[in-house]
Design a protein around this ligand. Structure first.
Ligand code: OAD
Ligand code: ZN
Length: 271
């Protein structure tokens, strides 16, 4: 289970960290209260703030870090049943985890839907609009097209239901970089069998790690990158991890993904 904390080392602010989190840096969005940016009612009145955020998070602006590549390594080794992420930055995909192995519980910019006729489009079709600060419109009915990001009160994607079979099957659960404050995602932490070790890698204790610990819970507190790298070292996978990251960097260098900017990452300026 992953959250915004796995992407802060890539330069994307999380939501709730005091000071640096998105919810405490909303001046530029001109919205009445933080959650308005993900509320349908507000979106229909004023979609601009959401598209300002969309412009920043649209696939191509950021690169994965060790936390994403750790998931990729687990996947390559056939050890990863399925990553459940709350993140909408798409960095699990960029790290090479196939979309059909992933659950992007809060949606994705990879696809978009017309809010009027409900037609579905590839997110790429609207890149020009989003980057040019234009509200994307449906080519068929001219309704506003909304990227398939889950807003508050909206249903989670169908794939989220995979948790019903995945979680009882898991024999280890990683919880990385999330405050576990948003339901129904947060409750998944309680859906693994009680004999299953749960490993939290996060700055602070969250959710059941703070208030309903199990005897076999483990917490590695601190930075996610440091935590993941420590674990990779203990597993004896350091070399493999370095090779993987190097290989992925070279791919970008060879220009296999022309939308990606050159390293280093540009950083966000939220306020
Ligand atoms: P939060 O911002 O609520 O929590 C991020 C967690 O990661 C916090 O516990 C941070 O302390 C921790 N963290 C951040 N950077 C870290 C780092 N470098 N190392 C270690 N820990 C770090 O983000 P989420 O839990 O993902 O909804 O938030 C859940 C949902 O709330 C989001 O998906 C979003 C928002 O409303 C939508 O986008 C629809
Ligand atoms: Zn339409």
């Amino acid at each position: 289970m992953a959250g915004a904390g796995i992407s802060t080392p890539s330069g994307i602010p999380d939501f709730r960290s005091p000071g640096s989190g998105l919810y405490s840096n909303l001046e530029q969005y001109d919205i009445p209260y933080p959650e308005a940016i993900f509320e349908l009612g507000y979106f229909f009145v004023n979609p601009k703030p959401f598209f300002t955020l969309a412009k920043e998070l649209y696939p191509g602006n950021y690169r994965p870090n060790s936390a994403h590549y750790f998931l990729r390594l687990l996947h390559d080794k056939g050890l990863l049943l399925r990553p459940y992420t709350q993140n909408i930055d798409g960095l699990e995909r960029v790290a090479g985890i196939p979309p059909d192995r992933l659950v992007e519980a809060h949606g994705t910019f990879a696809t978009a839907t017309c809010t009027v006729c409900q037609r579905n489009f590839p997110g790429e079709d609207f890149r020009g609009d989003v980057m040019g600060d234009r509200i994307p419109r449906c080519p068929v009915c001219t309704g506003v097209v909304k990227p398939d990001i889950v807003f508050f009160g909206e249903q989670l994607p169908q794939r989220f239901l995979l948790h019903l079979t995945d979680f009882p099957m898991a024999d280890l659960l990683f919880v990385i970089g999330t405050s576990l404050e948003v339901e129904p995602f947060a409750s998944l932490a309680g859906a693994v069998r009680s004999s299953v070790p749960r490993v939290l890698i996060n700055r602070e204790l969250v959710g059941p790690f703070a208030w309903q610990q199990r005897h076999n819970d483990v917490a590695q507190l601190g930075d996610v990158v440091g935590g993941v790298e420590k674990l990779v070292e203990l597993l004896g996978w350091k070399k493999e991890m370095q090779t993987l990251i190097q290989k992925e960097k070279e791919k970008v260098g060879r220009g296999s993904d022309p939308q990606l900017p050159p390293q280093p990452l540009r950083s966000l300026c939220w306020s």
